[in-house]
Design a protein around this ligand. Sequence first.
Ligand SMILES: [Zn+2]
Length: 840
Amino acid sequence: MKPITVFLLFATIAITSLAQNGSVKEIDSAFTQLYKTNRFNGTVLYAEKGKVLYKKAFGVTDYRTNQSLTTQSSFNLASVTKQFICMCIMKLQEKGQLQFDDDVKKYIPELPYDNISVRNLMTHTSGIPEYFDVFTRYRGSLDTLTNEMMIQQFAQYKPALDFATGTKWNYCNTNYVLLASIIERVSKESIKDFIHKHITGPLGMNDTYVYTDIMPSVPANHVYGFSEGNGKRVLNDLTNLDGVVGDGNLYSSVEDLFKWDQSLYTEKLVNKATLEQAFKPVHLKNNSTYPYGFGWFIDKENERYTHTGGWAGFRNIICRDVKNKRTLIVLSSGDNTLGVQAAKAIFHNSAVNIPVTFLISNIKLIDGTGVPARNASVRIEDNTILAVGDLKPFEGEQVIDGNGKVLAPGFIDTHSHLEGSLSKYPEAIAALNQGITTIVAGQDGESDPVDSIKAELERVPAAINVATYTGHTTIREMVMGADNLGRPATAAELEKMKILLKAELQKGSLGLSSGLEYEGAFYSNRDEIIQLAKTTAEQKGRYISHIRSEDITMADAVDEIINIGREAKLPVQISHIKIALKDDWGTASDLLAQLQNARAQGIDITADCYPYEFWNSTLRVLFPKKDFTSIDGANFAVDHLFDPEGSVLVRFAADTTYKGKTIAAVAKLRNETPAQTLMYLIAASAAYEKLHPGVDAETVMGKSMSDDDVSKFLSWQHTNICSDGALGGHPRAYGAFTRVLGKYVRDKKIMSLEIAINKMTALSAEHVGIKDRGIIAAGYYADLVLFDPATVKDNASIDSPKALSDGILKVWVNGILVYDNKQSTQKFPGEFIERVQREE
Ligand SMILES: [Zn+2]
């Protein structure tokens, strides 16, 4: 038990002699503030040179009875128990009843390990594995674990050592449960009686006792553990692991612990020579040492020693500065660690950092999960949501009045091309004006390396978060060369690509992206992608794809991505799902049925979708056979793939006077058919690009979708919303999400607002593997958007692609307000988001 928060203390912090009053003031101010803001319920004692300068109790022993705490209230010490267990062993050693270097088997012969000494247990160097997992695996549902049961389980199941004994230090509670049993077997007394007789009795520690879940009565000054969630407290006291003693389950008060601390300057319990061993770093087999003694962390030898204890709803710390004879003890119930953190800071003479909170109240909360909107307030602490519910403001806390509008999680754009412009426009207004707080880059097979994205975010911090996929085309180019992509990769090339991909995935890329319709990837074969997808699956990443065709051979392209999901066994997502072949308009339901069928076979296939009937790309995608000089191909494009009247050239470097005109208008100017014009535009651009390498000479906004299909795709329960936006051109870069909220949800009512928000937040996070974002709940990052559902609306259009949306009132990223009243606040708290391990 007691998986203490193993923090290693920093020996580098300079210790200066303390101004007494400064310290006391600082302690009082920190713990008073924490208590007033509901983040501390406990007791504090501070002493110098044997004199108590400060002691105070804040809060209650039991939130159900509201009985006040006193400095004599007894808390479960959790891992602070361990120093007492070691003292018992030292007593037995002094009495000659055991030696530190005795083989544990001498006392516990049923233990299935050889050559582990008592000292190995005391110093966490045994290599014995943690008992929680063993117990959880083999327990009966009603069992409460005791020391003897634990020993029995180890004897029976013989779990392997985590490392060879003595070669490493690794904090492990099993060691201390075994020690307690050794004490009982050697002394023939219960651990409870032994501690009382040899330690707490002689020292007059009357508030200190062993208590476990199997004991019949609860002592009077006993504190109950709890957890605090969403403004409410719930019991979080002992569990069915708590029949054991040794690693925890000694109860004590700050006053008693002060007596204990003072006794360690004397020979009341054991003699000086024995005691000194408790405060020496453990020696490992490779001649190195680790700063842990007998139940104490050694912060700095001969100066500072500490130990924390955290278990269920208890958080404690004891700090001893033996050089300056200072003692700081904090015992608390609740699962908030800020009290312990404050104690560490005070003890190290570093600044106490109490994170500021603020409250957003008077809102309709739509939390991202899809459940109906509800009235609630949300409290933010630092970059995190601290609580959600019926919350009252703390004294002096900032309150933001939501005026009854909707608060939702910040939107996650699973297919974005904004990343390239963030260095120039770190305010990311294109994203923020539509409520997007996280963009997923590296799309359509093209990506920047994780390292360079991170470095760039450090050089120029951005207002929004960025995650990325790793592009198939990008690694293809690196291995095969940019001019050599018109064929499948060879086996040797594929191996090199796998190595590059794996390295990126290990750096936090979400997975593999492809843009198979584009020439850089079009000539790859199915096997090339499957093999790379398998590498991705091994790293628990995902696959996202602009599939090989969105028009004439779309059926084959859909079959390919389903097959990738089946063969490589990883989640696959179709990017910006659409039906671009005019002949197939109106068949969205058939395609969705096919995807649903694949899901029924266990393939995790999903899609993202942007809410427009026109796309933004190169004219070359209108030639599915890549026959750019064929008039038949051009005629086919005009007849089946797009509408020349509704498709606008947004860039044409070879003749900028054509910019902004439709293909039909350009044809008229040139006295050609639209098909002839199409061929001319591509040829002229190819010539231009040859003269200006690296320049994209043309971009078209092509109208080729039906609104009915778009509505169906948006509505599919496994579709999340994306923008596919890039700066310059298509209005989706500024208006995709607000267009869904305005046009499709409020006006066309194709789905409820709650479901639409889910498709912009939690579902999106799930589809791309982003953790702890996309839901408004305690512990999630505070990415938030406040908007007015009655007025929210996109204003960006082909003529005015950068017009800001209406109705997006405020946006927070990582707890910082970044967008307010249609303006950047010039704050840049965006982070790089790494992939989390996908659960199997
Ligand atoms: Zn794409």
